[in-house]
Design a protein around this ligand. Structure first.
Ligand code: G16
Length: 548
C-alpha cells in the first residue's frame, strides 16, 4: 500500500450565499466551482450535515467531466481529514450515478459523493455539480440538503489534509491520513448487479440471431459500462456502442439523450438503415433514450411499458409491488398499476422523492418524464438498466419496439405527451409568470378555452406517505374535464437564468386516433397553455427552445 505523508489543516473561509442544492445536488457553472474554497465549503457543509460517519466508508466518483479529477482529490483529502475510515473511488475518478448507488449499497457504505452536472454540458465554460447520496444509495432527502445549505451560510473553516494527489488510475490502496483510499473497478459491481436482474443468455441469443443495437454513450460516463455489458458480455457487434470514451468536454456535445441532442439517433431509427434498437444515456448515466425501428418511446410510455412487462425479467419475475412517477410524468403508468392492482404514487420532480417508497417496499419501479427510469436495485434512475430492461422484454416477447408500443396503446389507451422548455429565460420573468399563475388558480375551474374546460387547478403539494414530510409548491396543475392536463414548473437543475417547463398531456382511448403526430394531437392544449400563463409576455419568447 502507498502511504502519503499528510497533515490535517484547518483552512479559514467565508460563506458563499448560493449553495442551496436544487432538484439534484448543487449545479453551477464550472468557473463558480473553481472559485477559491467554493467546492471545499460545500463538501465541509455536507459533512457538517451528517452524523456518525467516523471510521466509515465514503464512495466517491463522477462522470469524468472537466474538473472531475481535481474535485475528487479535494473530496478525498477532506473526507480523510473529517474522519472517514475508507474512501472508495472509481478508477480514473469514474463512477456513473447508478453505479455509485450500487457500490454504496454493495459495500454498505455510509454514503457517497457524486461529481456531475448530469446531462448539462461539461468544460471550463460549461457546468459542474456535486451531490451527496445516503446509505441506501439514493440522493439525500430535503432534510439533509437543507441542512447542508444552512451550514454553507455560516461556514468559517474547513478541514483538509495536505497530501500529494492519490493516483486515481491504479487499482489498489493508498493511506491518506487516517483513511484508506481504495481505487476500485468502476464497472464490476454494476455489471454483476445487471447480470442478477436480467436474462443475459436470452439477450445474448437475440444478438446471435442478428438483433442490432446502436447505443450512444455521448462521450460521457456510460461508455466503459456499455462496452462491457453490450459488446463483451452480451455479444452485440463491435461498434454497437458509439462515442464510448468518456471525455472531459463530452466531445463538445450536450450529453442529454433527448430528441434534440440525440437527433442523429432518431434520424437513424427512422431511416432504412435503422437498427432494431437505438438507445443513449446522459453525462452521468442515469437517463435513457429508447427508439425502436420507426418508433420513439416517450419516457412516460417507457415507464408504463416497463411496469407492464417487468415480470419478463428474472429479477422481477415475482411481480412488482407498486409504481411511482413524478407528478409531471404522464399518467400512462397509472393505468398499468390499476390493471395490476398495485400501488401508484405521484411524487414531486426529483429522484430523491422515490427513496422512501423504495426503502419501504411500496414500489419496485419508478420513472420520470425527464428520461429517467429505475427500480429498487439501486436508489437512482439508471440509463443502462432501462436499455437492458427493453432488451430483456424484446428477447422475451420476440417482437419489435414498435409492435410492443402499439399493442400497449391498444390495451391501455395512448397518452399523447410533450414537454416544452423555455431555457435560460430571465429569472424575474419566470418567477412572475409562476406568481401570476398561482394568483389565477382559484378562478380557473369552470373557465373554458375553446372546447377545453378547466375542471381543477392547484399547486402540487406532496406528503411523503412514509415519513410524513411535506413538500409544497411543486408545480402548477391545470386539469381539464376531458382528462387532459397542463403542468407548469421551473426547473431545479439549470445553471443560468431560469428554465420554464410546460408539460402537456392528452389521453386518447380510441385506437383509431393513436396515429396522430404528437404536437398536432396537443395543438389546442399548447395554445391554451400560452393563454393561461401568458408565456410570451413573461418570458419574451414566442416558442420553446426544446420540445421533448
Ligand atoms: C434530475 C433529477 C430528476 C429530475 C430532473 C429534471 O435529473 O434527478 O429527478 O426529473 O433533474 O429536473 P428539473 O425539471 O428540476 O430540471 P438529472 O438527470 O439531471 O440528475
Amino acid at each position: 500500500m502507498t502511504i502519503l505523508l499528510s497533515e490535517i489543516r484547518t483552512v479559514a473561509t467565508k460563506p458563499y450565499p448560493d449553495q442551496r442544492p436544487g432538484t439534484s445536488g448543487l449545479r453551477k457553472k464550472t468557473k463558480i466551482f473553481q472559485q477559491p474554497h467554493y467546492l471545499a465549503n460545500f463538501v465541509q457543509s455536507i459533512f457538517a450535515a451528517l452524523e456518525g460517519f467516523k471510521g466509515k466508508t465514503l464512495v466517491v466518483g463522477g462522470d469524468g467531466r472537466f474538473f472531475n479529477r481535481e474535485a475528487i482529490q479535494i473530496v478525498i483529502r477532506m473526507a480523510a481529514a473529517n474522519g472517514f475510515g475508507e474512501i472508495l473511488v472509481g478508477r480514473g475518478g469514474i463512477l456513473s450515478t447508478p453505479a455509485a448507488s450500487a457500490v454504496i449499497r454493495a459495500e454498505q457504505a455510509f454514503g457517497g459523493i457524486v461529481l456531475s452536472a448530469s446531462h448539462n454540458p461539461g468544460g471550463p465554460e460549461a457546468d459542474f455539480g456535486i451531490k451527496y447520496n445516503i446509505s441506501n444509495g439514493g440522493p439525500a432527502p430535503e432534510k439533509i440538503t437543507e441542512a447542508i445549505f444552512a451550514h454553507s451560510g455560516t461556514i468559517q473553516s474547513y478541514k483538509i489534509i495536505e497530501a500529494p494527489d492519490v493516483d486515481l488510475d491504479r487499482l489498489g490502496e493508498t493511506r491518506v491520513g487516517g483513511a484508506i483510499v481504495r481505487i476500485i473497478d468502476p464497472v464490476a459491481v454494476y455489471l454483476a448487479l445487471m447480470e442478477s436482474l436480467f436474462d443475459f443468455p436470452a439477450i445474448a441469443q437475440i444478438f446471435k440471431d442478428g438483433f442490432t443495437l446502436k447505443f450512444d454513450a455521448m462521450s460521457a460516463v456510460t461508455g466503459p459500462y456499455a462496452k462491457a455489458i453490450f459488446e463483451d458480455a452480451l455479444g452485440a457487434a463491435k461498434g454497437s456502442v458509439i462515442n464510448g470514451e468518456p471525455l472531459p468536454d463530452f466531445g463538445g456535445h450536450h450529453p442529454d439523450p433527448n430528441l434534440v441532442h440525440a437527433r442523429h439517433l432518431l434520424d437513424l431509427a427512422m431511416s432504412d438503415a435503422a437498427p432494431d434498437l437505438c438507445a443513449a444515456s446522459d453525462g452521468d448515466g442515469d437517463r435513457n433514450l429508447i427508439i425502436g425501428r420507426g418508433q420513439f418511446v416517450t419516457p412516460s410510455d417507457s415507464l408504463a411499458i416497463i411496469a407492464a412487462n417487468a415480470h419478463l425479467a428474472p429479477g422481477y419475475r415475482s411481480g412488482i409491488a407498486g409504481v411511482a412517477r413524478s407528478m409531471p410524468t404522464s399518467r400512462a403508468a397509472d393505468r398499468v398499476a390499476e390493471k395490476l392492482k398495485i400501488g401508484m404514487y405521484e411524487t414531486p420532480t426529483g429522484w430523491k422523492f422515490f427513496g422512501n417508497l423504495l426503502d419501504a417496499g411500496r414500489v419496485t419501479i419508478c420513472g420520470e418524464e425527464s428520461a429517467g427510469a429505475g427500480s429498487n436495485h439501486v436508489r437512482e434512475k439508471d440509463g443502462l438498466w432501462a436499455v437492458l430492461m427493453w432488451l430483456n422484454i424484446l428477447a422475451a416477447r420476440k417482437t419489435g419496439v414498435k409492435e410492443i408500443v402499439r399493442a400497449h396503446w391498444a390495451e391501455f389507451g395512448r397518452h399523447y405527451y410533450s414537454r416544452h422548455d423555455y431555457e435560460e429565460v430571465a429569472s424575474e420573468g419566470a418567477e412572475a409568470l409562476i406568481a401570476n399563475l398561482r394568483a389565477k388558480l382559484p378562478g380557473l375551474p369552470g373557465q373554458g378555452f375553446g372546447a377545453l374546460k378547466v375542471e381543477a387547478a392547484d399547486d402540487f403539494a406532496y406528503t411523503d406517505p412514509v415519513d410524513a414530510s411535506v413538500s409544497e409548491k411543486q408545480g402548477i396543475r391545470v386539469l381539464f374535464t376531458e382528462g387532459s392536463r397542463i403542468v407548469y414548473r421551473l426547473s431545479g437543475t439549470g445553471t443560468a437564468g431560469a428554465t420554464l417547463r410546460v408539460y402537456i398531456e392528452r389521453y386518447e382511448p380510441d385506437p383509431a386516433k393513436h396515429e396522430l403526430e404528437t404536437q398536432e394531437a396537443l395543438a389546442d392544449l399548447i395554445a391554451c397553455a400560452e393563454k393561461i400563463a401568458e408565456i410570451s409576455r413573461y418570458t419574451g419568447r414566442d416558442k420553446p427552445s426544446v420540445i421533448t
